[in-house]
Design a protein around this ligand. Structure first.
Ligand SMILES: NC(=O)c1ccc[n+]([C@@H]2O[C@H](COP(=O)([O-])OP(=O)(O)OC[C@H]3O[C@@H](n4cnc5c(N)ncnc54)[C@H](OP(=O)(O)O)[C@@H]3O)[C@@H](O)[C@H]2O)c1
Length: 256
């Protein structure tokens, strides 16, 4: 299959890294023909001379532009093939209204861990997408991580839990590392210690049957250090703070 990308920034570049391991041919069209050339050289793919030239060649078009650019970019174009969009907050219905009501449309929500081929990616499709096309779309999302088929109504929640959450997890890591520095470790030591611990804790959770609460109970010995810190985290409202941030993210996705 020939896959064309319109708009190749951070996320599309990460996805292309995964896709290059597959059999698909890749062509790209950036903000200008010069940018298309530059990106194509960087990523080792083919540049097209214009968005329409890309549309004329591609079997599937993936939109890597920002949600705010959709109206401007899509109003000049006529599509004939399936389209995949990764844009936060842009529904299949809106995409159909900006392109054509008859086209197969696939919506995905990746995250920046696509850069290391470990994105958590949601996907859903409109009723024009055949089972075969959906399976192909899933091989595309599988090429840069783990795919989750979810209902479109849950996309904004997924955006918060997986699309945006790496930023929140980095903030948590940064806060832990700062606390390490406050108590005498170097920043580099702290970051390495915390990052390895976050990684292994997630792996441990995924590997076994224990829930987060089961694991928390295993770490907290009676009257010990961990339960003291845990109570303090709850006193300052960690659960509420995280839940509130997720609600704010969902609300923002609905406004885009
Ligand atoms: N970043 C994330 O973690 C993340 C997570 C989930 C979903 N997404 C979604 O992924 C999409 C891209 O986000 P991003 O983070 O990759 O943003 P980005 O790095 O800013 O990429 C957007 C790209 O669009 C290009 N562009 C601007 N105008 C264009 C035009 N008229 N025609 C073609 N290309 C044009 C820009 O080119 P120039 O560089 O030349 O300006 C830029 O390379 C968004 O819809 C976002 O919602 C991102």
């Amino acid at each position: 299959m020939k896959i064309g990308f319109i708009g190749v920034g951070k996320m599309a570049s990460a996805i292309i890294t995964g896709l290059k391991k597959t059999e698909h041919d890749i062509i790209v069209s950036g903000s200008t023909p010069a940018r298309s050339q530059e990106i194509a050289e960087q990523l080792g793919v083919t540049a097209s001379s214009s968005h329409q030239d890309l549309i004329d060649q591609a079997d599937l078009v993936i939109l890597g532009i920002k949600p705010q650019m959709f109206e401007k970019v899509l109003s000049d174009l006529t599509f004939k093939q399936p389209i995949m969009s990764m844009a936060a907050g842009v529904t299949l219905e809106r995409l159909a209204s900006l392109t054509s009501p008859d086209l197969p449309l696939i919506r995905i929500m990746p995250n920046l861990n696509a850069q290391i081929l470990k994105s958590s990616t949601a996907l859903c499709a409109n009723d024009k997408v055949t089972a075969e096309l959906f399976a192909t779309a899933k091989t595309i999302t599988d090429s840069f991580g783990t795919s989750f088929e979810i209902a479109e109504k849950d996309f904004d929640t997924f955006t918060a839990l997986a699309g945006s959450s790496p930023a929140y997890i980095y903030l948590f890591i940064e806060a832990m590392a700062k606390a390490g520095v406050k108590n005498g470790l170097t920043k580099a030591q702290s970051l390495e210690i915390v990052s390895q611990t976050v990684l292994a804790s997630a792996e441990n959770l995924l590997a076994g049957e224990d829930s987060p609460h089961d694991l928390i109970d295993k770490i907290c010995s009676p009257g010990g250090t961990t339960i003291a810190g845990l109570m303090d985290l709850e006193r300052t409202g960690l659960t509420h703070s995280v839940s509130s941030a997720i609600d704010t993210t969902i609300q923002k996705a609905k406004e885009l």
